[in-house]
Design a protein. Structure first.
Lengths: 391, 313, 420
């Protein structure tokens, strides 16, 4: 797919020009990138989209080799499921997708040759995007491409790349194939390749703009964005869905959907009680929706988040099981100046009554046997004063 | 038993002498104590807060910031979802409450936390000085290793601030300590740093008082009774309040100018000062008892002779 | 020969392990088990205490109120030793034992009540003390009192028992008694100084409650009123105990001694009431006693009990009516307990909306510790010579004939058959 003008590789700007992509479309893409990563990405730390476009325009098209392993190809689809065809085209023109099994025209031996050529031409400079997990049991026999196990392919190509991007949850930490009992021993890329920097972009599928931002950052700035302890780019994964959720006000006010289709569901209330994993899931979906249409994302269309980016949540916790909240915040309602505290339990009240009555009653009853005035008066004769208890 | 004149004289002298001695010692003690009963002074470097209820919007950022800065687990006992505390408690050192009158118009928020009194009742009652006023800031802090968990501070505090951890076997007393760790690093307390409206600000108590009075001067009809709460209440507090609604509606009690210890522990201090009164009392009692003891021993000996039984002490 | 209490005699005719004793021990064991629960789960689950009412019934009832009842050793002792009411010496052992057990039970429950008892060792470092804290005074004075003078004063009956039952230690006992005789006035003096200090400090505790204690109770004279109440409560407890024990174990009653105790108690209560009302008037709070609310009602109930007690005490002494005496002391004790308990809980309103009621676990622990004290008394009274009795009971116990000195130099023998 790479087109050459003369013998020099063109810059992105030149290539877009050549392809006839409108300037307007390109600027729109740059704006979209700034929205995707308002912070945490040096590429987008510019005053306006124009400056971003200039930076990208000057860079060479980054060579991207895309490998598929135990995948469903959803992560590729997410790149293509744009609302308007030219955006997908645009993405594919900004990066130089040199090998992609689903999208390339070649197949069989031709495809293999293309891969070899792409690796050779861009040795140490291409970005390796991996989609799908890598099976490791039985020497990795569960997924083979052209007779080679995925494990071997990755160990071969990984060290030859400049950086590896794990696209999707499967490549990031094992994804669906790794859910219990993980019969194939599916693992994420960073469990296998240790020598190269790996950027994980989990999600099932993730937002394509996250991938684009990472790749372009590398292409334009020569570095990868700041990553968290799970190697996820901070600009997208440093917050819970819950923190930026548009339905948060409903959560704070206690307005919850109790049943799909009920009044609250129609009103767009919080889906926490339907099992939404927003409070425990790091992702950018609440601010960056899908398909370039606002509110096209799970919660936006009324389906609780399933936590597809988190290893501990995605295929572990049942979809409709309510999540634990670890970082609670004050609600909208405020306590009054004096609230009631302390109650009286019936058992306790009964007990106090019994004790008081019991002791008092017993004492009074017993005291009847004490000699009264009468008994004392009758027995002024000292010897005959009866001891207590005998009348 | 009939007394000889000598015995009577001796007893009379002992009795009078002890009464006079007690009186003298008491007088000496009282005069010695007078010096320490001066009104407690605000330290010049006292730190405090100024909370202006008219600026507060009830956003509760201070509640969340306080919980974060003090590593307090959110109190989710009410519904398991939200950090809801109805009052200060063992996981809540700072809280915003709402005063909502029946007419729904003149409402106000109020921030509740330790008042860091100038002469705190909690410090006066604490047995081993687990609660004490730090020098020179005057912040009232709690030390775990000295606290016995007697909860006298909860009884004594007129603002009902110290709270106790009622669950578990290592309970603590929990209250605002003006983020003493942050202060040590030169930062502000978390609540004042995060407040978006500067409704609560931090600084030297004297300066805050000046600022409060300046605000009152600027808007004469705005603030309740044109005064600052905490200037004199119970001897003065280092946390000051300004409000448009009556302070009592915000849960700030109407307290006299004398501090609680000053007002209520006066006689306790006097009677026990130098242990003079107890010592003299003891001496006189022993004197009287010794006299009676000799008599008692004689009685016991006589009974022993008569009955042949061992005397019962 | 009027029925006279002359000597302390153990209650030998009654077996120790009776049904009531079993019940008391059972309640005590239950309480100890529940205390384990309180230590593990914390004070919250085991009691109804909350941040508004931080002191439940353990501190306020078992320690502050019941040790008032347990001031018998102090009150009767002062009457006997300082005011030379020598007839009261024979009931001193009963008074001292009730005091000791009440204090022991109250102090143990105080240990259960504090949240961080492992830090109590600071009591041994006086330079760390906050000397102005009334609670510190209590925390130091009460254990010292219970463990030093009160304990020592309770040692003689044990020495007597050792002398009788363990003849090999007789020399040791004689030496111990010699030491005691030497230092007795100093011990006894301490036994009056320390309670004077801490019973008044118990009153001073609620001073820090400020105006959250209803003005009908809150007064600078609270320490003195508490101390004075302890005095008459102590008398009532001792007299009531004597009457009840005589009833239970069929012992003779000495009405002259009891009448004297009645008169003293009535005098103490009477002047106490006068002082209380004078204090109310001086503080200008007399009218608050006529509000139509619960505090005024509590106040008048207290006063009613105590006024009734005064009359009942006087009448029963005059009419030599043992039953009325018992009721009188009961009423006086209840009135005194109400007075000491009210400012801590019932008349204490920390803030609007606050409420407290003990939980069943809390109540059972409180009752259980009281049962332990009573069981201890019952056990001691049966084994040791505590309760006073006429000499013939002593002789009956020893199974000897009595040598009665009819007039000096002439003795007559009289034999006592069983059942006399």
């Amino acid at each position: 797919m790479a087109k050459e003008i003369g013998r020099l590789k063109p810059t992105i700007g030149e290539h877009l020009n050549y392809c006839g992509v409108s300037r307007r479309s390109f600027l729109q893409l740059c704006t979209a990138l700034m929205v995707t990563a308002p912070v945490g990405l040096s590429l987008t730390q510019k005053a306006n989209a124009w400056q971003v476009a200039q930076t990208i325009g000057k860079a060479k098209r980054p060579s991207v080799i895309w490998l598929h392993f135990q995948d469903c190809t959803g992560c590729s689809e997410t790149l293509l499921r744009t609302s308007r065809p030219d955006v997908a085209d645009l993405i594919l023109n900004v990066i130089s997708l040199d090998y992609h099994e689903t999208l390339m025209a070649a197949s069989g031996a031709q495809a293999e040759a293309a891969l070899k050529q792409a690796v050779a031409e861009n040795f140490g400079k291409f970005v390796l995007v991996v989609e799908g997990s890598i099976p490791t049991k039985a020497q990795g026999q569960y997924m083979k491409l052209a007779g080679r196990p995925a494990l071997e392919i990755l160990k071969d190509l990984g060290p030859k790349s400049a950086a590896i991007v794990s696209m999707g949850s499967c490549a990031s930490w094992g994804g669906l194939p790794s859910s219990g009992p993980n019969p194939t021993g599916a693992l994420g890329v960073d469990s296998i390749v240790k020598e190269k920097p790996v950027v994980n972009i989990p999600g099932c599928p993730p937002n394509p703009y996250n991938l684009l931002a990472v790749v372009l950052e590398y292409a334009t700035m020569g570095r990868l964005p700041a990553l968290d302890e799970l190697n996820r780019p901070k600009f997208a994964f440093d917050r819970y869905i819950h923190d930026h959720c548009p339905r948060r006000a409903h959560f704070d006010a206690g307005r919850f959907v109790k049943q799909f289709g009920d009044e609250g569901h129609r009103e767009g209330w919080c889906l926490y009680k339907m099992g939404c994993k927003g409070p425990v899931t790091h992702a950018s979906c609440s601010t960056r929706h899908f398909n370039e249409i606002p509110d096209v994302w799970p919660i936006g269309v009324g389906s609780p988040c399933v936590g597809c980016t988190e290893k501990a949540v995605a295929f572990e916790v049942p979809i409709f099981e309510v999540a634990d909240i670890h970082a609670a915040t004050p609600p909208e309602a405020l306590p009054l100046i004096n609230t009631r505290v302390g109650t009286i339990g019936t058992a306790a009240a009964a007990m106090v009554g019994a004790i008081a009555g019991g002791i008092g009653g017993a004492a009074l009853m017993a005291s009847k046997r004490l000699p009264g005035k009468q008994a004392m008066a009758e027995n002024e004769d000292e010897e005959k004063i009866p001891p207590a208890g005998r009348e | 038993m009939a007394m000889t004149r000598r015995e009577a004289l001796r007893k009379l002298t002992t009795g009078t002498a002890s009464v006079v001695a007690t009186g003298a010692a008491g007088g000496a003690a009282l005069s010695g104590v007078a010096v320490s009963e001066e009104k407690p002074q605000v330290r010049p470097e006292a730190l405090g807060l100024l909370y202006d209820a008219t600026r507060c919007v009830g956003c509760q950022s201070c509640v969340a910031a306080c919980a974060k800065a003090n590593n307090l687990a959110p109190d989710m006992r009410v519904n398991g979802l939200h950090q809801i505390a109805y009052d200060l408690n063992s996981t809540t050192k700072n809280i915003i409450k709402l005063y909502k009158p029946a007419d729904g118009r003149s409402y106000s928020y109020v921030k509740q936390q330790c008042m860091h009194c100038v002469d705190p009742a909690c410090v006066a009652g604490c047995m081993f000085k687990a609660l004490k006023k730090d020098s020179p800031t005057g912040v009232v802090t709690w030390t775990a290793k000295l606290c016995v968990g007697c909860r006298y501070c909860e009884i004594a505090c007129p603002y009902h601030i110290p709270k106790f951890q009622w669950e578990g076997f290592n309970p603590k007393i929990v209250k605002c300590e003006l983020c003493k760790e942050r202060l040590a690093k030169g930062d502000q307390p978390a609540c004042t740093e995060v407040c978006p409206k500067n409704a609560v600000i931090f600084g030297n108590r004297g300066e805050l008082l000046t600022e409060a009075k300046r605000r009152i001067g600027e808007s004469p009809a705005k603030y309740f009774e044109n005064r600052v709460y905490g200037e004199y209440e119970a001897g003065g507090t280092q946390v000051l309040y300004l409000s448009a609604v009556p302070f009592q509606n915000l849960g700030l009690p109407d307290l006299p100018e004398e501090s609680v210890p000053q007002k209520y522990l006066k006689w306790q201090k006097r009677v026990y000062s130098y242990l003079a009164v107890p010592a003299v009392l003891y001496a006189s009692m022993v004197g009287v008892i010794r006299g009676n003891w000799k008599e008692h021993l004689e009685h016991m000996e006589k009974d022993e002779e008569e009955t042949g039984l061992r005397p019962q002490l | 020969m009027i029925q006279k209490w002359e000597r302390a005699v153990p209650v030998c005719e009654v077996p120790i392990w009776t049904r009531p004793f079993q019940v008391l021990c059972g309640l005590g064991a239950l309480a100890v088990g529940l205390v384990t629960y309180r230590e593990l789960a914390g004070l919250g689950p085991a009691s109804g205490m909350n941040d508004a009412y931080a002191w439940g019934i353990w501190k306020t009832f078992n320690t502050m109120t019941l040790t008032g009842l347990g001031s018998g050793g102090f009150a009767v002792g002062i009457a006997a030793w300082l005011f030379r009411r020598n007839h009261l010496h024979v009931v001193m052992r009963t008074a001292l034992l009730t005091s000791f057990l009440a204090y022991l039970s109250g102090l143990m429950l105080l240990g259960v009540d504090v949240g961080r008892p492992w830090n109590f060792y600071w009591i041994l470092t006086p330079w760390r003390w906050n000397v102005h804290s009334p609670l510190l005074e209590v925390a130091f004075c009460m254990p010292v009192y219970a463990m030093v003078p009160l304990l020592l004063e309770n040692v003689p009956p044990v020495l007597d028992w050792v002398y009788e039952k363990q003849p090999q230690y007789r020399e040791l006992v004689k030496r111990a008694e010699k030491v005691m005789v030497r230092f007795y006035p100093w011990i006894v003096g301490l036994a009056y100084l320390l309670p004077a200090m801490h019973q008044s400090s118990l009153g001073a505790l609620m001073l820090l409650g400020g105006d959250r204690v209803d003005p009908l109770w809150q007064t600078p004279w609270l320490p003195l009123l508490y101390l004075w109440a302890a005095a008459f409560m102590g008398f009532s407890c001792v007299a009531g105990t004597l009457l009840f024990c005589s009833l239970m174990w069929k012992r003779p009653i000495d009405l002259s001694i009891l009448s004297e105790m009645n008169r003293i108690t009535a005098g103490l209560i009477g002047w106490w009431l006068a002082f209380r009302f004078a204090d109310l008037m001086v503080r200008g709070q007399l009218l608050t006693a006529f509000r139509a609310n619960i505090y005024a009602a509590l106040f008048w109930i207290e006063v009613l009990f105590l006024v009734a007690a005064v009359f009942m005490l006087r009448d029963s002494a005059r009419q030599r009516d043992a039953r009325l005496m018992f009721h009188a002391h009961l009423v006086a004790a209840v009135g005194g307990m109400l007075y000491r308990f009210n400012p801590t809980t019932l008349a204490f309103q920390p803030r609007p909306g606050a409420f407290y009621f003990p939980t069943p676990v809390e109540l059972l622990i409180s009752v259980g510790f009281v049962s332990l004290a009573i069981a201890g008394f019952v056990f001691a009274a049966k084994v040791l010579a505590i309760l006073p009795a006429p000499m013939r009971l002593w002789y009956r116990m020893e199974g000897v004939t009595e040598k009665v000195a009819v007039f000096p130099g002439h003795a007559e023998e009289r034999e006592y058959a069983a059942g006399d």
